[in-house]
Design a protein around this ligand. Structure first.
Ligand code: NAP
Length: 192
């Protein structure tokens, strides 16, 4: 039976001009050096407690490949021991037990399998998967961390939406790093 209180969140960080990576996939600009006096700070204990509330992660194969590269460079694996579902139609290396590769009908997978097992489901990108998730009406919430930088060109946060998606601004937090986190709830339109 589906968890009626399950929640699908899309979360990514983007430049002010709406890109999640450079055209070549680089995210070297994610480390910024701004300071916003009076902004909130992220203490490690709060971050750790928050991460514990996430039950599983979903990502596209290109985001997975970036995560694997980070690991190779000694930057660690950001998804802890949580089940991590990688969407792909290719054969990719499986580096840990918590990773599962998936393909097929995304709506059926999310609304059937994921919602029946997990309460807090986090889509962590990239743009192709976020766009698909919104187009199919699967997301309940969008968390958009806007970094204090413009990069001019790159991979957009949401790939090809094809229709407007009304949102409700539910939370805004400005951090000392100059990053602003916006949390929006996806507004469900009444069926015609
Ligand atoms: N700034 C941030 O917070 C952030 C977050 C995440 C990612 N990124 C960056 O964004 C870039 C990747 O984003 P992206 O938009 O190019 O790609 P992506 O969304 O990570 O991955 C897209 C790929 O996932 C697979 N896929 C998507 N939907 C599928 C489905 N329903 N079933 C099966 N497979 C499916 C396909 O790959 P196959 O060819 O394998 O089938 C598709 O080409 C990377 O550079 C990453 O570093 C940044």
């Amino acid at each position: 039976m589906a968890n009626t209180d399950s929640r699908v969140t899309i979360h990514m960080a983007a430049s002010i001009d709406g890109f999640i990576a450079r055209k070549n996939g680089s995210v070297d600009w994610l480390e910024t050096s701004d300071e916003f006096v009076g902004g909130a700070s992220m203490d490690p204990a709060t971050v750790e407690a928050f991460l514990k509330t996430i039950d599983c992660y979903v990502m596209g194969s290109r985001t997975y490949e970036t995560a694997l590269n980070f690991e190779v460079k000694g930057l660690g694996w950001s998804y802890g021991e949580k089940p991590t579902f990688v969407l792909t139609r290719r054969e990719l290396p499986r580096t840990r037990e918590t990773i599962e590769f998936c393909s097929g009908d995304l709506a059926q997978f999310v609304n059937g399998r994921l919602r029946s097992t997990f309460r807090t489901i986090w889509f962590v990108g990239g743009g192709v998967v976020s766009g698909e998730c919104l187009r199919l009406g699967l997301a309940d919430e969008v968390r958009y961390s806007v970094l204090p930088i413009l990069i001019g060109d790159g991979i957009p946060f949401f790939d090809r939406l094809e229709r407007d998606i009304p949102l409700h601004l539910a939370e805004v937090t400005a951090y000392v790093s100059g990053t602003v986190e916006l949390r929006y709830e996806v507004r469900r339109l009444p069926a015609c």
